[in-house]
Design a protein around this ligand. Sequence first.
Ligand code: MG
Ligand code: MG
Length: 254
Amino acid sequence: MINIKTPAEIDAMRTGGAILANILEEIKAYTQAGMTTHRLNEYAETLFAKYSVIPSFKGYQGFPAAICTAINDEVVHGIPNNAAIKTGDIIGVDAGVFYKNLHTDSAITFAVGSVSPIAQMLINETTNALWAGINMVKPGNQIGDVSYAIYNHLKKHNITVIPELIGHGVGHKLHEEPQVPNIGKQHSGPTLKPGMTFAIEPITCLGKRNIETLSDKWTIVTKDGSLACQQEHTVLVTTTGVEVLTEKKAFTNS
Ligand code: MG
Ligand code: MG
């Protein structure tokens, strides 16, 4: 069953999502070559405390950190560690905020210093694919319309979708219905209704689609070592279209 959120629940997710946007922006601004992802996680912990919110991921199925980090060929679910970030790396930071009993989920992938043109293309076009999907969100459209728009955009840029890693409903739980794949057919899947909230997250790479999980049992990497990217927002279906809940905006943390 797909939850329809009440106005009060939507307000809570709006505030939590805005806080999450601030947290991700502050982590990005803080990131420098020479730091470890462990240091980024420590900094993230101070931000969750500053905003008086709970990191959704910490303890989720035993995940040991507040954020997931993913450098270069790491795709998603990376545990922050003591490897140093280097100039020319791309780094993904994925985080969730739990506020007033509701989760929001968002991820960014960005360049550390200047990166190769193809790495920058992967970041830009995965972001544009996320927005192509977001732009399909309105009452009456279907999840397949979102999935198709994401895939169609990525295909034009020869970017590979990793099909088993998908978006999802979010709110009462970190992962709830519906599933939001990054490949799909138009006019298929659940119909969008006002009050639905879900995370859209194209997860891509430059090489083959095959992935594997490292011995830490969490970090997923591309098998061929190609660069990977994730860009994610939590969205709300409104009566007329879409509201992106995890964009930076003014909020009051009451
Ligand atoms: Mg996420
Ligand atoms: Mg997600």
